[in-house]
Design a protein around this ligand. Structure first.
Ligand code: ADP
Length: 398
């Protein structure tokens, strides 16, 4: 059974074709600059050279058509007929409170997604464009919507409610939703498998540290709290996002600089985080290079990031009355030993002891980086959001 996973952005469309028998990726790629000048598709087939197709894609429907042409191409394609694709799984960023799990897409589901688009205007409209494009090109193929927020949908009310008038929640749906759900679910499941324990008996803190970063407290397989909020802006500082901030800063900033509210939110989303503090880059590789050459602001940006992640770990250990395991994942979490040390290297009072040798050696696959004496296991677990989307799609489209 083959599943096509689609992650549509406003001007891009990423895809993976996954053979579910052995959960292997048989092709993947990305369409970029959709609707803009110079659009192109990069198609990758394991063991073969990448193919770049410089073809104009005016919209997402043209992008999906091009993806299928690439998948069916007799030289670099991987399937002979579109019918080989059993189902399509779409990443949808926001489900509001309407969907607590993956759903098979029909007109009603699409309508609800359209109503909820206001909650994530940068993402959901693009996700819907991807769904509509696939429906147009692959009329008879079943499709599923897999939501970033779904894994967090069982958080208790005292964790997801903001302490503002209750009507903000009951009338306007303002609450913490959380994101990166597919990743937090995948790595917590993988950690339980690695530890050979039933996830129902584990308390896990998952640190998804990438361009966007979020932390989740996973108790018994349920996300009971997470750092991102109503939007992905809340929580730890990120590449370009501020993370938690006193909201009164916004009014002061607007008054002093004359910017409007849209610009102020853009400032917090796009110009802040480690980029804003360092004045240099949102990429931790650049920051480390600069730090090693003595750049103080790069060092400060990294330190603020690590300090704030550490505080969330402490908070979530308090929230769950302890933790059995801490998981690091995503670009930074999987690849940067020194960040893992800076975050969790000095938490022995919580029973967290990192083995520096194991930490430095952590390579591909799951690595245990805590000392044998550490009460809390610390793992590096590579995330695989596409595989979760494919598995979930298979489960509702069988
Ligand atoms: P996204 O949220 O866009 O998926 P990633 O999970 O790829 O982002 O994370 C991007 C961050 O991870 C960057 O700050 C980058 O420095 C870091 N990163 C990614 N790959 C590596 C690597 N191989 N070595 C060191 N750092 C990496």
């Amino acid at each position: 059974m083959i599943i096509l996973v689609v992650n549509a952005g406003s001007s891009s469309l990423k895809y993976q074709l996954i053979e579910m028998k052995n959960e292997s990726v048989i092709a993947k790629g990305v369409c970029e600059r959709i609707g803009l000048k110079g659009s192109f598709l990069t198609h990758k087939k394991p063991g073969a050279d990448d193919v770049t197709l410089n073809v104009e894609m005016k919209n997402h429907t043209e992008a999906v058509k091009l993806v299928l042409e690439a998948l069916l191409n007799k030289d670099y394609g991987v399937i002979k007929s579109m019918e080989e694709i059993s189902a399509v799984g779409h990443r949808v960023v926001h489900s509001a409170e309407d969907f607590k799990e993956t759903v098979k897409i029909n007109d009603k589901v699409l309508k609800v997604c359209e109503i909820n688009a206001d909650l994530a205007p940068l993402h959901v409209p693009a996700n819907i464009m991807g769904i509509k494009a696939c429906k147009e090109v692959m009329k008879n193929t079943p499709m599923a919507a897999v939501f970033d927020t779904a894994f967090h949908s069982r958080m208790p009310d005292y964790a997801f409610l903001y302490a503002i008038p209750y009507e903000a929640y009951s009338e306007l749906k303002i609450r913490k939703y959380g994101f990166h759900g597919t990743s937090h679910k995948f790595v917590s499941d993988e950690a339980a498998k690695y530890l050979k324990k039933d996830i129902k008996n584990l308390k896990i803190i998952t640190c998804h540290l990438g361009n966007g970063s979020s932390i989740a407290a996973v108790d018994g397989g349920v996300s009971v709290d997470t750092s991102m909020g109503f939007t992905p802006l809340e929580g730890v500082p990120m590449g370009t996002r501020s993370g938690d901030i006193d909201p009164a800063v916004i009014e002061y900033l607007m008054q002093k600089t004359g910017i409007n509210i849209k610009d102020a939110i853009n400032y917090l989303n796009k110009k802040s985080g480690v980029l804003g503090v360092s004045g240099l880059s949102s990429d931790f590789r650049d920051l480390h290079e600069a730090k090693d050459k003595g750049d103080k602001r790069a060092a400060l940006a990294v330190e603020i990031f690590c300090y704030r992640v550490k505080k969330y770990i402490g908070a979530y250990m308090a929230a769950m009355n302890g933790a059995d395991c801490i998981v690091f994942t995503a670009g930074i979490g999987e690849n940067t030993a020194r960040i893992r040390t800076q975050i969790a290297g000095n938490l022995s009072f919580l029973g967290i002891e990192i083995d520096q040798d194991l930490n430095k050696k952590a390579a591909s696959g799951i690595s245990e980086i805590s000392k044998a004496s550490s009460k809390v296991k610390v793992l590096v677990v590579p995330t695989n959001e596409e595989l979760v989307i494919a598995r979930e799609t298979l489960s509702v489209c069988k």
